[in-house]
Unconditional design. Structure first.
Lengths: 510, 405, 319
């Protein structure tokens, strides 16, 4: 017991309507890399936020360095040498790297011996030294807004080191990184372990745990399932524990009935506002009854492809053709009318109007058409009928049926509503972007079967997913994207998971 | 059901249906309490004071009336202030529902009032049947154009509407001030010359039942507009899309709404109502323009809209309440001897409480949550035997229906 | 020409101190449309103290002026608490809060000016008669050709403002508080995670904003109008906001903008006198700052960088 540097005893934390942690007890040893594995919503981040002082547990005790602690703010945790890299970085964009690091613990000097002021010269020097010491090269005087995500993450790590953190929490640190950056990060973590730091890694990626972690706690729906030595457990075992039942890795999928070409994308290039290409010369086509999946690490241009096809982003060059009709310059609405449904990545800020009712949200694709409106006057009876039938058909659960405000619904049910609404348009092309992100297993299999049903119907489906397993399960054809380029397009059964993973990391053929 | 009743005020504040209404009522109650205390401190009887406000605007009979006037004439004068107030708050509501702040109502009122006064009000011998519609038309066109300009600046140059409207307000204030002072000033009053009765949106000195009344046309326009706005936002595709833009710009774009277009349209419509407020204010109520003075009503209206829960029908009630104080102030002042400026003070206090609405809801939600936590703990304590630490808190989800999150 | 400098400076400096106040509030992440109300209320308290002191002191004493400036700062700061409470703790919409705070300031001060006058002198005047501050000419500097006018007939408050602006520039850009405050307006979550106190920082900034605005309002009462009356709400607070936007939320550039606004105004007045135009034409010059600001935004709005978090209530549970 004494050798635990952090110990949780019977931690319980409730939020209105949800129990995030229920009676969780385990300990973390000094100098190890300890992983916290679990699905979205399993309570990993909540538990670590408690350790970092951002939440207070409703019940239970916490021991740090053998001492019983009660943190009231992040400051208390920092004082106990605990640091955390949040999933969403907490940096000031127009401050320099050094300013960001010292913020809150600024070195002071006295100008002319009287006026207290922040000593940025000293800060810059200290940061430069610190970054060299740990191999986290940064230029202290660069502005955050000018540096890439991977450097921002280094800044967050340096922030912890500057605060002399000995227990370091990383919340999903690899979600935003490319494979080579992930390797680099894992090396850094390894180095810090060697330097005697204790590392806590929150993740839902088993491969990473296998690669770096010593021990691992598995959480499922707020409860601790087990604490394992990573070496002694197989990936499959861990996966089963994570989801709380046997993972059915094989989804039943009938052979494809490939029909005519529905979507043709030719030499598509999409640029950001600084004319930097995000998608480079991408060409592919999708046929009726085919699921075309784009695999890739986040931020390699996948969402730009879907936004360009649906018209949310302007196309710099190339053409998009739907059923033989050129829609490259058509408006968003014209494209939807031409036969595109779109399940967007960001469901809450794009897919639904959170403050509208469920009925209104379910009518978002239809309100301009008869009988839902006539001569620009809405017919709420029809809108309600539409909602009732979709709620029934897609098993969308909410407090008050169609009258519920969507904000009050769970993420899974919001997603069901979007999927139901889009599928009901019976369009020739359906685009799914990250359709199962943040959902629990039940909702995921529901969505997967909906996708397969649409394939049966003969729709052309573009699936964009960051989950390689999802791609491998559903796709008929796989396109792998890296740095905005489609590196490889091949039938799904001709590729193994490993091969796709290789392409995702930018390995080219030949 | 039973539980809802038990929650009381906190329950009302968290219920989707009643929260906004409850906030408005609470604001009014708090205002009455605060101003009563203020009046008591000054040694005045609050009941008498509030009664005299109502008497002043023709809702209760006064003790005596001057020659030729009566309760009805007071009431019509009250309606004459109500009209621009309601129109101005409708102006704010239209923009607000689209997620935009029209802080420029004052300027839009001033410019349309000025334009109508100069173009129609000073023409002699014009038939009222031509003059009055012309004045209304000018209000619509000038206000609409000013609003559209703000919307255009926003989508074309990305200038925040709050900033551009403030600049435009003062530009209008100085430019109209310049013209009034150099061309249209009445040397005696130092404000613009009064406009012809034909152009006024008030029928002056109409005899009804032996009393002389000034019948405002504006109030008819204002009520009509309130119902039009209500209809637009509750029933039409156009209003539905504006609301979508207002609450989720990302989603509106995704379903194919032309967001830039919607914002310009919404600001233009907002400007139309501000323009109508301007002509009913300057050609209906004041009949003259004080140079270089933005009408405070343009700002009051923002808070009136807030008090009315940014719904057009709510705005009718909210402006009716606020106008009581502004219209009844003179009589109140003369009858109980408190400076009439207290009316603005009472309005200000009311608006202050209305602005706290969000916080009232937060307080209500906190109370409900605390009660719920208490219930859960109580249930736990009852369920868990001390020797069994594994008996974690389960449940609490049941009542929430689909809220598994 | 000399008059342009003298008048321009005495107009620009009170505007600058208000603009610095507005910058403080916005840099901490609280949108501030309430400058107009802050300056009016602050000046009201200052003027109240002055009229109460005046009978106790010999004729022509300058003590009431300094007391008024001090209490204007106190009054503005206290009144700003209302805006802080609404925006920071009550999470009200900051634009609406600003508007409401202004409305209430006008109502409160107008009513109580009359009420106090009725108590003190028995008349129902809505003015506090203050008189004009003495002016001083700096002996050596005022003799410099061309710019000598800057140092002639200066109000003492101009010196106070210059010292204050330098102090608050230093506080904002060089000290620990300033660094945290600016972070607070860009990304309050960053400050929170780094152990700073977002709520406290914003409160202090908004109170500073109110205090500085109060001083600005008081200076106008002592220079332009020689009394305190509701006409103090003639839009200088909004002009300060225009200067702040034009100055891109930076104190040095805002100072420059205020000087330009001041000299343009004074220059316009002198030009009208020189060309024997009616005083109406000065209104066209007074309009210039607003037109310039709007034009600037049209052509350079991309370069403007308002504090990113201004206008959003910070919710500690949503980090």
């Amino acid at each position: 017991m004494e050798d635990y540097i952090v110990e949780f005893r019977h931690i319980t934390k409730c939020f209105p309507g949800i129990i995030a942690n229920s009676d969780v007890s385990f300990g973390i040893k000094e100098g190890e890399v300890f992983a916290l594995l679990g699905e979205n919503g399993a309570g990993k981040s909540t538990l670590m936020s408690i350790l970092f002082g951002m939440y207070q547990p409703d019940a239970g005790e916490m021991y740090v360095k053998g001492q019983k602690v009660k943190f009231h703010s992040a400051n208390d945790a920092t004082a106990m040498n605990i640091g955390m890299v949040h999933q969403h970085f907490k940096l000031v964009d127009n401050y320099t790297i050094a300013e960001n690091i010292v913020l809150g613990m600024e070195p002071m000097t006295r100008r002319f011996g009287i006026f207290p002021s922040v000593d940025m010269d000293k800060a810059n020097k200290e940061i430069a030294d610190l970054s060299r010491e740990y191999g986290l090269e940064v230029n202290p005087t660069d502005l955050i807004q000018d540096v890439p995500v991977s450097v921002r993450q280094r800044v967050e790590i340096l922030k912890m080191l500057y605060r002399k953190a000995e227990i370091m929490i990383f919340d999903e640190p690899t979600a935003v990184l490319t494979p080579s950056e992930i390797d680099f990060l894992l090396k850094i973590i390894d180095g810090m372990r060697a330097a005697g730091k204790t590392i806590i890694l929150i993740t839902h990626k088993i491969e990473e745990i296998k690669q770096i972690a010593d021990r691992c706690a598995i959480l499922c729906r707020g409860k601790l399932v087990d604490v394992l030595n990573v070496q002694d457990a197989s990936a499959q075992e861990m996966a089963n524990m994570m989801v709380g039942r046997e993972v059915d890795l094989v989804t039943h999928k009938d052979p494809a009935h490939i029909g005519k070409e529905v979507l043709n994308v030719s030499h598509l290039t999409v640029e950001n506002e600084h004319h930097f290409p995000l998608v480079k010369d991408a060409s592919f086509s999708i046929h009726s009854g085919e699921i075309f999946a784009i695999a890739g690490v986040s931020g390699n241009g996948q969402t730009q492809i879907s936004d360009a096809i649906t018209g949310l982003l302007p196309i710099a060059s190339g053409t998009v053709t739907l059923n033989g009709k050129d829609i490259t310059n058509a408006s968003i609405r014209e494209r939807a009318k031409a036969g595109i449904s779109y399940i967007p990545e960001d469901r809450q800020s794009t897919g639904v109007v959170m403050d509208f009712t469920l009925a209104e949200n379910l009518a978002l694709r239809r309100y301009r058409k008869e009988p839902y409106s006539r001569h620009n006057i809405l017919n709420f009876d029809k809108i309600r009928e539409n909602a009732d039938s979709l709620i029934e058909k897609y098993d969308i659960r909410s407090g008050q049926g169609g009258k519920s405000i969507v904000r009050s619904m769970s993420g899974g049910n919001q997603q069901k509503a979007i999927v139901g609404r889009e599928i009901e348009e019976h369009t020739d092309l359906i685009i799914f972007v990250q359709p199962t992100r943040g959902l629990d297993i039940g909702a995921i299999s529901n969505i997967h079967s909906q996708i397969l049903k649409e394939r049966e119907r003969g729709a052309a489906i573009l699936l964009i997913s960051l989950e390689l397993s999802e791609v491998m399960q559903l796709a008929d054809t796989i396109g792998v994207i890296f740095g905005g380029e489609l590196l490889k397009i091949a039938p799904a059964d001709s590729l193994t998971t490993n091969e796709v993973g290789q392409y995702m990391m930018g390995v080219r053929e030949g | 059901m039973n539980e809802n009743k038990k929650k009381g005020l906190a329950g009302l504040l968290t219920s989707e249906k009643w929260a906004n209404f409850t906030v408005s009522v609470l604001a009014i109650v708090l205002m009455l309490i605060t101003s009563s205390i203020m009046l008591l401190v000054m040694g005045k009887d609050p009941v008498v004071a509030f009664k005299s406000f109502l008497q002043g605007c023709g809702m209760l009979p006064k003790a005596s009336y001057g020659g030729g006037s009566g309760m009805l004439s007071d009431f019509f004068d009250y309606l004459n202030i109500l009209a621009p107030m309601l129109l101005a708050s409708l102006s704010f509501i239209v923009a607000f529902k689209t997620g935009l702040f029209n802080i420029g109502i004052s300027g839009q009122m001033l410019l349309s009032g000025f334009t109508a006064t100069v173009m129609v009000g000073y023409i002699k011998d014009l038939s009222p049947w031509i003059a009055k519609p012309l004045v209304i038309l000018i209000g619509i066109v000038v206000g609409g154009l000013m609003g559209a300009l703000i919307g255009f600046l926003k989508y074309q140059f990305n200038i925040h509407e709050v900033v551009s409207t403030i600049m435009v307000n003062y530009i209008i204030s100085y430019i109209t001030g310049f013209y009034i002072n150099s061309k249209y000033v009445d040397m005696l009053t130092r404000s613009s010359r009064i406009c012809s009765p034909a152009a006024r949106l008030t029928w002056t000195k109409v005899q009804i039942g032996g009393v002389s009344c000034n019948i405002p046309l504006g109030v008819v326009i204002a009520l009509l507009c309130a119902f039009i706005v209500q209809f637009i936002f509750s029933r039409t595709v156009f209003g539905f899309e504006l609301k979508a833009v207002g609450t989720s710009r990302g989603c509106a774009r995704y379903i194919g709404v032309n967001v830039a277009n919607s914002m310009v349209m919404s600001m233009a419509l907002s400007g139309v109502f501000a323009g109508l407020a301007g002509v009913t204010y300057y050609l209906g109520y004041t009949n003259t323009i004080v140079p270089k003075t933005l009408p405070g009503m343009g700002y009051d209206a923002i808070a009136v809209a807030l008090l009315g829960n940014s719904s057009p029908i709510g705005a009718i009630f909210a402006s009716a309440i606020v106008t009581v104080f502004q219209s009844g102030a003179n009589y109140m002042s003369s009858s109980i001897g408190v400076a009439k400026e207290i009316a603005s003070l009472i309005t200000g206090i009311l608006l202050l409480f209305a602005a706290c609405g969000e916080y009232m809801k937060i307080l209500g939600a906190r109370k409900v949550q605390r009660d719920e936590e208490k219930r859960i703990t109580a249930r736990q304590n009852a369920a868990a035997s001390p020797g069994d630490p594994k008996a974690g808190p389960v449940g609490g989800d049941k009542e929430k229906g689909g809220n598994e999150r | 020409m000399i008059k342009v400098f003298t008048d321009g400076l005495s107009f620009a400096l009170p505007l600058l101190i208000m603009a610095v106040g507005a910058i403080y509030s916005e840099k901490s992440g609280v949108t501030n449309l309430a400058v107009e109300g802050f300056q009016g209320f602050g000046a009201f308290i200052g003027a109240l103290v002055a009229v109460m002191l005046m009978p106790l002191l010999p004729e022509g004493s300058q003590v009431p002026i300094y007391a008024a400036l001090l209490f204007a700062a106190v009054g503005g700061g206290v009144y700003a608490c209302l805006h802080a409470l609404l925006c920071i703790n009550f999470k009200a919409n900051q634009v609406i809060s600003g508007v409401v705070v202004n409305i209430l300031a006008v109502a409160l001060t107008t009513f109580y000016t009359s009420a106090v006058n009725a108590k003190l002198s028995g008349t129902a005047s809505n003015k506090f008669i203050l008189g004009v501050s003495n002016r001083y000419t700096i002996p050596g500097l005022s003799k410099i050709p061309w710019i000598g006018g800057l140092f002639q007939k200066m109000y003492p408050f101009e010196w106070i403002i210059i010292v204050l602006v330098i102090f608050f520039w230093y506080l904002m850009y060089k000290t620990r508080f300033g660094m945290r405050m600016r972070a607070c307006g860009e990304n309050p979550n960053a400050l929170d995670a780094a152990g700073g106190n977002v709520v406290k920082t914003r409160w202090i900034a908004v109170i500073i904003s109110g205090a500085l605005s109060g001083i600005g309002g008081m200076c106008y009462a002592y220079s332009i109008s020689a009394n305190y009356s509701p006409s103090i709400y003639m839009g200088f607070g909004y002009l300060a906001i225009a200067a702040m936007i034009f100055g891109n939320w930076q104190i040095p550039s805002t100072a420059l903008v205020c000087l330009i606004f001041g000299f343009a105004r004074a220059g316009g007045q002198q030009l009208c006198i020189a060309m024997k135009l009616s005083s109406n034409y000065t209104d066209l010059f007074n309009m210039l700052p607003y037109v310039l600001t709007l034009l600037l935004l049209i052509f350079f709005s991309k370069r403007n960088h308002p504090p990113q978090a201004a206008g959003q209530a910070w919710d500690s549970s949503k980090r």
